[in-house]
Design a protein around this ligand. Structure first.
Ligand code: ADP
Length: 313
């Protein structure tokens, strides 16, 4: 559905996107992660046909975004960062305008408009100028314009940025609902979003792809993956007990909350053995958990390691 090959963009001397290649298959919701300035927006603009690449290529549904620009753009719904629109227009006027720009045939125009208005719950604000809407509603209007022509591919740039937790939840639910019949790229610097909506994640920094994996695979790279953490009444007794488990590689105690974490040796599982030794030695724990892995730690190590290696002599 989407394929980029060594896609690149320079702004003067600045290399914003430095040869990015990836493919997105039908049914995938690809999270585009990276720190601010990583090149996410620039990449999305190029795939959406809003910005010409300076090198490489991008195709949407087989159409090249440069040589088959119009056909490629027809396949794509695009929500730019901040969901810009025309503030003085009412929601009804704006969506009507987009329907004209998208050249929706008269036979389907009314039905498509009704469909997106219903899907995004915009009935109550149709006559309201967009500039008077709350951020959450503005974002819904942005999503409505993106899906009005029922595109196969959706490109959403920071769709939940600046929203409150309830609005974030609402937009994520909408994305999940749309994922059933669309291929979606969604950029974010909010890691919880990856769990909430994505089945694949690409981490980019300084214009390059540094990781391309499922959220679970990324978590498995965390040093917390398969670690066992607990809070115990007698922390010293717990640490002594944990030290007896053969496959425990390290034990750490959080200076702030006293939480104890036992890290396994590479490839080892320690949960059962830890439980056993705690029971054997009668160490009371308030709660104990098997860690899946921490995405924030993986994100930090991936995005911070790369530049450090490059600049140090
Ligand atoms: P992200 O979306 O990951 O935050 P962007 O793609 O917006 O990153 O930006 C990548 C880099 O390109 C940044 O250093 C940014 O300052 C720069 N940049 C983005 N747009 C322009 C532009 N129109 N002119 C010059 N530099 C730009």
């Amino acid at each position: 559905m989407i394929e980029t090959q060594a896609l690149g963009k320079r702004y003067g001397d600045l290399v914003a996107v430095d040869g990015i290649s990836f493919k997105v298959e039908p049914g995938q919701v690809l999270g585009f992660l990276g720190p601010n300035g990583a090149g996410k927006s620039t990449t999305m603009k190029m795939v959406a046909g809003f910005l010409a690449p300076t090198s490489g290529s991008a195709k949407v549904c087989g159409f090249d975004v440069e040589s088959d620009s119009l056909l490629a753009r027809r396949m794509v719904g695009y929500l730019p960062e901040g969901a810009p629109s025309y503030g003085e227009m009412s929601v009804r006027q704006f969506l009507g305008f987009i329907a004209d720009v998208r050249e929706l045939p008269a036979a389907v125009r009314g039905k498509r408009l009704d469909d997106v208005i219903g899907r995004l719950n915009l009935e109550g604000v149709l006559e309201q100028p967009i500039e008077t809407l709350s951020k959450g509603f503005k974002r819904r209007v942005g999503l409505a314009q993106a899906i009005l022509h029922d595109p196969k591919v959706l490109i959403l740039d920071e769709p939940t940025d600046g929203l409150d937790p309830n609005q974030k939840h609402e937009v994520r639910s909408l994305i999940n609902a749309m994922a059933r019949d669309k291929t979606i790229i969604v950029s974010t610097h909010v890691l919880e979003e990856v769990h909430a909506v994505c089945n694949r994640a690409i981490i980019i920094a300084r214009g390059r792809v540094l990781a391309d994996a499922t959220p679970a695979e990324l978590e498995a790279r965390s040093r917390y993956h398969q670690a066992v953490s607990m809070t115990a009444r007698d922390a010293n007794a717990a640490r002594e007990a944990l030290a007896r488990v053969v496959d425990v590689a390290a034990i750490e105690v959080d200076a702030q909350d006293g939480r104890i974490t036992a890290f396994p040796k590479p490839g080892k599982q320690i949960f059962a053995a830890v439980n056993e030794v705690l029971k054997e030695r009668n160490v009371a724990v308030r709660e104990i958990a098997l860690e899946g892995g921490r995405l924030d730690e993986v994100f930090r190590s991936i995005t911070q390691a790369a530049p450090a290696k490059e600049v140090r002599p």
